[in-house]
Design a protein around this ligand. Structure first.
Ligand code: FES
Ligand SMILES: [Fe+2]
Length: 395
């Protein structure tokens, strides 16, 4: 385990958080080659099983082919660009475009073109294969990358994660999917990410929801570009939840997963740049950060709870529920929900970024304070400055 963060200082300019040109640069140099969680392996068990997703402007899908291999493609027909498949399900043995029914194999090869001879003469097959994306699997989780050959390969990106493994298995029947919640936030995605890895604010902003977490009794551990959060409030090994969180969850009757009496795994797993896992004794949450513009971000949170548990889902929400601050009936600090407290702060930061007086002052040093913020910014810069070796996009 390592938590050797450098002493923090702000590395990104103010404009990085609202400027359209900076955002365009991120689309090109970061999100075009970013690994993002897309599904559990159990959702892609059989040949033909597929899921779709969107990574910024890239519509993608992942499918299990007839040989049992997972493949990822851009969900864009090579004829006139129609979206090929929707949602999730099973494709049978081929991908059929609904528009003019060009047909592709599950390995992306163009197989059929209706009325080919009279309309086209012939269509060059190899040049018209589906555009490939990249796919990787780790601990039952499937990740996708819009780049066919990512400059940061999957194995390098995921390296070191095993040391921080969580015992939850979402596909073995011990847990069930409990719904999706969308937080629509008026802030840049980096404002959200930086707040998420800031250990300094926990015991102050969240004193009523997460408890007395001070820089010395919570810790972020650095794993490559990623960061894993633990509470170190208790004697013994670090645990996934704060003392107050455990009291609130157990007190509210949330059911613990068997064997999770001492949860010695991280409580937050930030997988740079867009994936957040929250493993805990009462469930497992997967959040995907979806930047929707330079100053807007949606956080999509999927929840799994112990099978047989019908109590109130700790993370909130039923299927497709949307949370917006302006629709809350109470003040965010009265919500009793740390996610809403964070959202409130992120929007307050975002509103101030355009002030010429806005500046980041000294940052709190330490792995349970603000050092992980700079670690994150360094990864953003590594991508934007072309340090991954494929090309240079000057930041
Ligand atoms: S756009 Fe797909 S077949 Fe025409
Ligand atoms: Fe927070």
């Amino acid at each position: 385990m390592t938590d050797d963060f450098d002493a923090p200082r702000q590395r990104l300019p103010r404009t990085a958080y609202f400027d359209a040109a900076w955002y365009a640069k991120e689309l090109d140099a970061l999100f075009d080659r970013a690994w993002v969680w897309v599904a559990t392996e159990g959702q892609l068990k059989d040949p033909g099983d597929f899921v779709t997703c969107r990574v910024l402007h890239h519509p993608l899908f992942v499918v299990r082919d007839a040989d049992g291999e997972l493949r990822a493609f851009h969900n864009v027909c090579r004829h006139r660009g129609c979206e090929l498949v929707e949602g999730r399900g099973n494709l049978g043995t081929a991908v059929r475009c609904p528009y003019h029914r060009w047909t592709y194999s599950l390995q992306g090869a163009l197989r059929g073109v209706p009325n080919e001879k009279e309309c086209f003469g012939s269509v060059p097959r190899t040049a018209m294969s589906l555009h490939a994306a990249a796919v990787g699997v780790h601990q039952g989780m499937v990740y996708v990358n819009p780049h066919p050959n990512p400059p940061e390969p999957f194995d390098a990106w995921i390296a070191g994660l095993d040391e921080h493994a969580w015992p939850h298995r979402l596909d073995d029947g011990s847990m069930r999917f409990a719904g999706e919640l969308r937080y629509e936030m008026r802030c840049n995605w980096k404002v959200f990410y930086e707040n998420a890895v800031d250990g300094y604010h926990l015991g102050y902003l969240h004193d009523r929801t997460l408890g007395k977490l001070r820089p010395h009794n919570n810790v972020w551990r650095r794993v490559g570009r990623h960061a894993m959060w633990y509470s170190t409030e208790r004697d013994g090994s670090p645990q996934s939840s704060s003392i107050l969180t455990a009291q609130l969850a157990d007190g509210a009757g949330a059911q613990r997963l068997p064997g999770h009496e001492t949860p010695n795994y991280p409580g937050v797993v930030m997988l740079f740049p867009l994936t957040v896992f929250s493993p805990n004794p009462w469930g497992f949450y997967i959040s995907v950060i979806e930047p929707t513009g330079p100053e807007s971000t949606t956080l999509r949170t999927l929840s799994w709870v112990p099978e047989g548990f019908w109590g109130r889902v700790f993370a909130g929400g039923g299927e497709g529920e949307v949370v917006r601050l302006e629709e809350l009936k109470e003040h965010p600090l009265e919500s009793g929900n740390f996610q809403i407290e964070d959202m409130w702060i992120c929007e307050k930061i975002q509103r101030n970024l355009r002030s010429p007086r806005f500046a980041v002052g000294p940052m709190a040093n330490g792995p349970g304070a603000e050092s992980p913020v700079m670690h994150f910014q360094q990864s953003v810069l590594a991508y934007l400055q072309g340090q991954l070796g494929d090309r240079v996009a000057a930041a």
